[in-house]
Design a protein around this ligand. Structure first.
Ligand code: NOJ
Length: 555
């Protein structure tokens, strides 16, 4: 079995990585051309957001054909070349499997629309209520009702996301067989990594009923017991046959209890889970489309809960700050201005030395930040545009709504990778689908010649591979009430040494009292983003703005 603790995964959003054919959109050949860059980081696997055939209503999460590469990104030959070139440098491929829903352009949906009984059963089709209202009052996660008219019939189909993403009916064994077939097709091409999109919402109840409130509504289709059964079956029928597979489930609004079950090896479901609770600590009253400084104590408590309880229960976390759905963490939890470099390093340290498998989102390793576009016309994401219109309908001014979109839009992380300081950031020779910004200040070329963030990431990855306490150790938080410092200990019951990690989440200096058990112990420095020297632990320590420090105690 794979030692997940020694692995680091890099995420590439293909549309925005590198455009090799100058059509303004990133592509597979572009990724191949940048393999040397990826190699420098020494990651083990790359998760690619979907590049399958798709109308791109939700940037590829609306799959029309699971077996083909969208011509926008290249050909199957390009894909095979990518897999083999990455294999040469020992990097695996993780594909994004979107099975909660498929595109309404998918043949399955089209055949259902044409009246084919077999395929009608692939979807949730329901008639309106006797009073003519929609089958249930559920809301789509992208705004508006979760039901859309099924062609020219009396039926509606369920879509938890965009109307062009029809939910697949996993209760139908034929749907599950189709899912296994897709996974096995890609396994046969040498793919060993699979990320399963919103996989914990596949188990809707047989009888769909109205919800009483938005929170209760989620419970009607999230983390239902049958999801565990479906995952066990999927595991046995596909990736579970590969000793070296790595899988991750994207879990919407999940719980620790369920996540332990999803990821505990003896359950034979998945290798690990993404949860998003720590990325909701800047939501005002739980609402994403709002603005609020992050709540540090809440963040600390969430990390403590998820880290310690997953450890105790034998579950495994995916560790991440960023992905293609999130604004850049530097803007949310760091200081993208004065302390961009120090806060980027601090944030990286905070999660890379935790228990789990770290994911690095492209651009994070050079300290990329939100583009801060000046107009709503620069944004393209369906969710952001829906939110903008909704906020305006609620009476908010254009400026107010734009300020929220700027802070929360998924386009923040989807701007093209900055390779150099050119007009189009060295991403393309023509105007890209989404404009880069701030490439004069932040780009790969500059970072590799004069920067320090990339080197710092390399070092964190090296530490994970060499320090068993980081890859395999337990975790315990300390300084739990400190209002500025997140601190934890990595330990193993059969080892006398320990690793202590301290991260200052603020731009002010801060003094802490070292727990008495550690005082006077000799230590060496594992990593630090300021100048620190080894010594014996003093009763108190002062941390500089956004300082990160990891030390190894050797009693
Ligand atoms: C989660 C994906 O990460 C997101 O980009 C997508 O819009 C939804 N799932 C729906 O597939």
């Amino acid at each position: 079995m794979v030692n997940l603790g020694k692995k680091v995964i890099y995420q590439i959003y293909p549309k925005s990585f590198y455009d090799s054919n100058n059509d303004g959109i990133g592509d597979i050949q572009g990724i191949i051309q940048k393999i040397d860059y990826i190699k420098k980081l020494n990651v083990d696997m790359i998760w690619f957001n979907p590049f399958f055939v798709s109308p791109q209503n939700d940037n590829g999460y609306d799959i029309a054909n699971y077996y083909q590469i969208d011509p926008l990104f290249g050909t199957m030959a390009d894909f095979d070349e990518l897999v083999s070139k990455l294999k040469e440098i020992n990097v695996g491929v993780m594909l994004d499997m979107v099975f909660n829903h498929c595109s309404t352009s998918n043949e399955w949906f089209q055949r259902a629309l044409a009246g084919d009984e077999k395929y009608r059963k692939f979807f949730y089709l329901r008639k309106a209520k006797p009073d003519g209202s929609l089958p249930t009052n559920w809301q789509s996660k992208f705004g508006g009702p979760a039901w859309a008219k099924f062609g020219d019939t009396d039926y509606y189909y369920l879509h938890l996301y965009d109307p062009s993403q029809a939910d697949l009916n996993w209760h139908n064994p034929e749907v599950r067989q189709e899912v296994y077939k897709v996974v096995n097709f890609w396994r046969a091409k040498g793919v060993r990594g699979f990320r399963f999109d919103v996989i914990n919402v596949i188990g809707k109840a047989d009888k769909l009923v109205d919800s009483t409130d938005p929170v209760q509504e989620k419970s009607l289709y999230t983390d239902t017991p049958i999801v565990h059964q479906y995952l066990k079956e999927l595991n046995a029928a596909s990736f579970g046959k590969d000793f070296d597979s790595i899988t991750v489930g994207e879990m919407s609004s999940t719980t620790i209890k369920n996540s332990i079950k999803y990821s505990k090896p003896s359950e034979h479901e998945l290798s690990m889970v993404f949860n998003f609770h720590h990325l909701k600590v800047d939501y005002k009253n739980g609402e994403k489309w709002s603005k609020m400084p992050f709540d540090f104590m809440k963040l600390k408590n969430l990390f403590a809960d998820w880290q310690e309880k997953m450890d105790q229960g034998g579950g495994w976390n995916a560790l991440f700050w960023n992905n293609h759905d999130q604004p850049m963490a530097l803007n949310r939890f760091g200081d993208p201005g004065k302390y961009r470099i120090k806060s980027a390093e601090m944030l990286a340290t905070a999660i890379h030395l935790m228990r789990g498998t770290p994911y690095i989102y492209m651009g994070e390793e050079i300290g990329m930040i939100d583009p801060d576009y000046s107009s709503i016309n620069n944004y393209v994401d369906v969710e952001s545009l829906n939110a903008f219109n909704k906020l305006k309908k609620q009476g908010m001014s254009d400026e107010g709504a734009l300020a929220i979109v700027k802070a929360k839009s998924r386009d923040n992380s989807r701007t093209p990778m900055h390779w150099d300081s050119d007009q189009y950031a060295g991403f393309s020779k023509v105007k890209p689908w989404l404009m880069p910004r701030k490439q004069m200040q932040i780009n790969v070329c500059k970072e590799l010649t004069q920067g320090e963030i990339f080197n710092y990431y390399q070092k964190l990855i090296r530490i994970r591979k060499h320090e068993d306490l980081i890859s395999d150790g337990h975790i315990k938080m300390f300084l739990k009430n400190d209002p500025q410092i997140l601190a934890y200990e990595r330990f193993n019951l059969d080892s006398t040494s320990k690793i202590l990690v301290f991260t200052n989440f603020y731009g002010q200096e801060h003094k802490i009292q070292i727990p008495t058990a550690y005082v006077d112990q000799p230590y060496s420095i594992l990593i630090s983003n300021y100048q620190r020297v080894a010594g014996n632990l003093q009763p108190s320590l002062i941390f500089k703005p956004y300082e990160a420090l990891a030390i190894k105690l050797k009693p």
